[in-house]
Design a protein around this ligand. Structure first.
Ligand SMILES: Nc1ncnc2c1ncn2[C@@H]1O[C@H](COP(=O)(O)OP(=O)(O)OP(=O)(O)O)[C@@H](O)[C@H]1O
Ligand SMILES: [Mg+2]
Length: 452
């Protein structure tokens, strides 16, 4: 049996006194310093080696690179087809790869790059150079261009992300590319949606050969995004140049997630630690919510960590349910904190309509209520189109769900929207984190536009 925290504290206090005091069972009076030292030690136990739950927990982390992707045969075959011109020594096709978060876009790209690296060695007249940039922290095409330039430079020669005119950064980039000893250069721009509407680089790079900036090597761009609105909003000239091949990775279903999890759990956990019903449950949860392999893996990892923390011998269904709530709370909290104000207001609008029993409802109704709420919050009132984009974005994050209705020729088709999370989860997070928190106190009476 383990020593409880209370027992440990008592024994620490007890042993801190004098021998006589202990013998006489007298209360021990500690100096302030002694007390502070004890308080700072409370709860810490000795680190030991060994883990009764995990055999190799790194297998469940996002940084782990799987050797193979389960349930992606068709998508990988399409991906390889798109790359095939490179092996025929033709100019590469520019590829736009999109799909929701956690569906294997980055993992597939890494496998493809590994494959290219291994197979090109068989051809004397082929030398493919790959550059991979994660654009997550890039807010503009300019910053992506700076990142790319720095990919070709040593640490001490890197250029700063401010201070150079954009024309100069591009010309440095063309210089580096022209200097490459390669027949082809594939440039992977992952999470490219971070650049927002400034998509200049997505025109410049795919056109670098045609526009005479780079003669040799032949340039191919692979743009990756999980933001569907970004794809829809790409400018016409970018769509023409970047999206020569569009690849879509759909969300995984419960069966695919089950297979993915089974494979990883076998390596990550010790034998007989994971209850047999746990994997299908975790797969079903992740399939219902997002179809994301990342989410399914995270759920198993969290459940395993809960078991380890509590000194349990098994990862049970109950732990998976608990892990799910904890992850959801954490995710909602984190993501709500970073949502732009207009998205928070959209969410607040849905929250209110839901509380009134008005959901699922049409976008028109959401927009009408949103206008009142934005006015109350003293925020800009954006267009119906922007709110539509915000709703799509919130849907991607799993905060909102929609259902398509079709009323034939007369009514046409439309979507009905509702919250994708429990009301109290959203409400708690909005109250605590968001700028709309003040609205909660104010809105007992039903406002109309006449109130303003
Ligand atoms: N088919 C699969 N088989 C095994 N593991 C997978 C599969 N698909 C995804 N994974 C794992 O799920 C996690 C998320 O995958 P990945 O990073 O490729 O997602 P993504 O589509 O790039 O998501 P995001 O848009 O958020 O960047 C990774 O740990 C990856 O190894
Ligand atoms: Mg990714």
């Amino acid at each position: 049996m383990g020593v409880t925290r209370e027992m440990w504290c008592l024994s620490a206090l007890y042993s801190a006194g004098t021998h006589e005091a202990r013998e006489a069972h007298e209360p021990v009076v500690l100096s302030h310093m002694g007390f502070m030292r004890l308080v700072s030690q409370m709860g810490l136990s000795e680190f030991t080696r060994g883990d009764p739950i995990f055999a190799d927990e790194a297998v469940l982390r996002d940084t782990y690179r799987p050797d193979d992707l389960i349930g992606r045969d068709e998508e990988l075959a399409d991906y390889q087809d798109a790359i095939q011109p490179v092996f025929n020594n033709a100019p590469p096709l520019n590829v736009f790869l999109y799909g929701q978060t956690g569906v294997g876009k980055t993992a597939a790209t890494r496998l493809i790059l590994d494959r290219i690296e291994a197979d090109q060695a068989k051809f004397d007249d082929l030398q493919v150079h790959a550059v991979e940039v994660n654009c997550k922290s890039c807010r503009s095409s300019y910053q992506v261009a700076v990142d790319l330039v720095n990919q070709f430079r040593s640490k001490d020669e890197e250029i700063s992300s401010t201070g150079y005119p954009s024309g100069k950064v591009y010309s440095l980039l063309w210089e580096h590319l022209n200097a490459l000893d390669a027949t082809h250069c594939l440039i992977v721009l992952d999470e490219i949606d971070s650049i927002g509407s400034d998509d200049d680089i997505l025109y410049e790079l795919p056109r670098a050969n045609d526009n005479g900036h780079v003669d040799d090597p032949l340039i191919g761009v692979i743009g990756i995004s999980n933001d569907f609105t970004f794809r829809d909003n790409l400018s016409g000239r970018v769509k023409d140049s970047l999206c020569e091949e569009e690849l879509h990775f759909p969300p995984y279903d419960a069966e695919q997630l089950r297979l993915i999890l089974e494979h990883r759990v076998e390596q990550a956990f010790h034998d007989d630690v994971v209850d047999y019903e746990v994997i299908p449950l975790a797969a079903a949860f992740a399939a219902a919510e997002s179809g994301s392999a990342r989410q399914a893996l995270k759920l198993m990892y969290k459940a395993g960590k809960l078991a380890r923390k509590r000194g349990l011998e098994e990862v049970t269904e109950t732990l998976v349910r608990e892990a799910k709530s904890l992850i959801e709370e954490g995710r909602v909290k984190d993501e709500l904190e970073s949502l732009p104000t207009q998205s928070q207001l959209t969410l607040y609008t849905l929250l209110q309509l839901e509380a009134e029993g008005e959901t699922p409802c049409k976008r028109k109704q959401i927009y009408e209520r949103y206008r009142l709420i934005a006015k109350m919050a003293d925020a800009d009132i954006v267009t119906d189109r922007t709110i539509h984009d915000r709703l799509s974005h919130l849907r991607l994050k799993g905060f909102v769900e929609h259902d398509e209705r079709n009323e034939g020729k007369a009514g046409g088709s439309y979507y009905l929207y509702e919250l994708g999370l429990q009301r109290d989860v959203v409400e708690d997070a909005l109250r605590e984190n968001s700028r709309v928190s003040e609205l909660f106190g104010e809105k007992e009476a039903e406002p109309t536009l006449d109130d303003f």
